[in-house]
Design a protein around this ligand. Structure first.
Ligand code: GLN
Length: 506
């Protein structure tokens, strides 16, 4: 195959197909990397915060040496990029904040080094909301990222750069982090696939901390199979460096999916591959709060699941509405503690002029943090303060436990819970910028499973108002990532929503 025809369609290939081409020697990692670097160079979406072609090409050359030596691992030589909350030695890490402008980490986050060991080539760092706080990527201190389906709209947040870049075929896959929905919601709003694993499945070491009891890393890619390939390399215990990482061996999430693809044209049992799977629909996820266009797409996706043999049952998650106030007490409380390290001494921005130490702290922090981070530090400090701790923080923790218990009750009636990811399609840039509460309300369907620490994913399920993508959310019980990915893969073998791409936006 000549280089021209290869290059013409390389960016339309996902991780699995690119890896196959690389393994077959039809293209080199340097060629693939150069092709994607060219796309990144001319991108107009504000998806990237840092690139360095020399670094990426050196990694690609190293992957080509491994390939030439006969090494065959599932991700070898395939490019990706990292959300800018993962610290990296090779690229600056800002966490979307002026506080960390030009910060260079002396080490790589565990997830970053695991993916590098698997042979993936990093194309750089992706835009995000400041310290991963937001739902639209408008809280980035640098510039908003844009949705490639309609560049006047947000791509979702906080992993907005990751979502925009994957949807626009600037990269085949990206890392994201999800504290209250930041993998699932941007995946939903840009028509890609993303999975937030069970809390603790991936190491948090080297992820700039937002709310430590909620933060979790995960992959964002075009298909469930591609996410499975990345998650297999990202997950696994890291107990020496993250005491909340799960002491469970890494799992191969991809092999079963590949086997399912191969047997798709088999006997008649394959017509109902999900026979016996019970999907629970929480009535609170299908109420008036969800826009009709989103509900329509979600319901058609569920009808497809029925065709595949799954059974739909109604379940009850009565505390769903409380997940918003509970999350917006607990997450800011933890954030106010985590962000106290940015004092202008140990890390981050230091004001140029100050009179004494206290003045230096005040000025450095006021200058370094944007509005949303400042708001959350203030809320967090307030709910943790003497006299308010019991009324807000402790109360929120108690309700968090009840929310987790409700999920366990629901899982006695079903295997997977499904519903929308976001109550609307992507909104216009600027529409909710001045109204933090409007942003918080848009998190209604993702917060409860985050509070419970459950795995969840977003699967492209159709289009709504303005031709914008809609995602179907699948929530699993603890450690059931394989089941979620399997159910998503079956859906993607029967539908082509995940193959649709925005035209002409790059
Ligand atoms: N939108 C939520 C917030 O602003 C979730 C963010 C996230 O998951 N990082 O906190």
């Amino acid at each position: 195959m000549n280089a021209m025809s290869t290059n013409l369609d390389l960016h339309d290939l996902g991780v699995f197909d690119l890896a196959a081409k690389l393994a077959a020697g039809q293209v080199s990692s340097v060629e693939v990397t150069q092709h994607f670097l060219n796309r990144v160079k001319s991108e107009q979406l504000g998806a990237f915060l840092a690139t360095d072609a020399d670094v990426s090409l050196a990694q690609a050359k190293a992957a080509d040496v491994r390939l030439a030596a006969g090494e065959r691992t599932p991700l070898l030589g395939v490019p990706l990029a990292h959300k800018d909350v993962f610290v990296t030695r090779d690229f600056a890490t800002t966490a979307g904040s002026n506080m960390l402008a030009n910060y260079r980490s002396p080490f790589d986050a565990t997830v970053v080094s695991k993916l590098a060991q698997a042979g993936m080539v990093s194309l750089g760092k992706l835009n995000c909301d400041e310290f991963a706080m937001g739902s639209g990527n408008e809280n980035s201190a640098y510039f908003p990222a844009k949705n490639p389906w309609d560049t006047s709209r947000i791509p979702g947040g906080s992993s907005g750069g990751s979502a925009a870049a994957v949807a626009a075929r600037l990269i085949p896959a990206a890392t994201g982090t999800d504290t209250g929905g930041s993998i699932r919601q941007p995946a939903s709003l840009t028509g890609i696939t993303g999975i937030k694993p069970t809390y603790g499945r991936c190491s948090r070491y080297g992820m700039v901390a937002f709310a430590s009891s909620l933060d979790q890393a995960g992959p964002m890619a075009r298909s469930a199979l591609d996410c499975a390939l990345l998650l297999s390399a990202m997950a696994g215990p890291d107990l020496d460096r993250d005491s909340t990482s799960l002491d469970m061996p890494a799992v191969d999430y991809a092999t079963d999916l590949i086997a399912a693809s191969l047997s798709r044209h088999g006997d008649s049992a394959q017509k109902h591959p999900l026979k016996g799977l019970k999907i629970g629909l929480p009535k609170q996820f299908f109420g008036a709060g969800c826009a009709p266009d989103v509900l329509l797409a979600v319901r058609s996706a569920l009808a497809e699941y029925e065709k595949l043999g799954a059974m739909l049952v109604e379940v009850d998650l009565p505390l769903t509405e409380l997940s918003i106030p509970v999350y917006y007490v607990i997450a800011p409380a933890e954030a106010s503690s985590n962000l106290s390290r940015f004092d202008g001494v140990r890390y981050g921005h230091r004001a140029a002029n100050y009179t004494d130490l206290t003045d230096m702290y005040k000025k450095s922090r006021s200058e370094g943090f944007g509005d949303e981070a400042t708001r959350r530090i203030m809320i967090g400090a307030y709910v943790l303060s003497h006299g308010y701790y019991d009324a807000y923080y402790l109360k929120a923790q108690k309700i968090r436990r009840l929310i987790a218990q409700d999920f366990q009750k629901a899982f006695t009636q079903c295997d997977i819970i499904a519903g929308p990811v976001s109550p609307t399609v992507a909104w216009k840039i600027g529409d909710k910028k001045a109204d933090p509460v409007a942003n918080y309300l848009a998190d209604i369907y993702t917060l409860s499973s985050s509070l419970a620490g459950l795995p969840g994913m977003s699967v492209p399920a159709g289009f709504g108002e303005g031709g914008m993508p809609v995602g179907l959310q699948l929530i699993g019980n603890y450690f059931k990532e394989a089941q979620l990915l399997g159910a998503a893969h079956q859906f993607q073998m029967a539908t082509d929503w995940h193959l649709r791409k925005p035209e002409g936006s790059v």
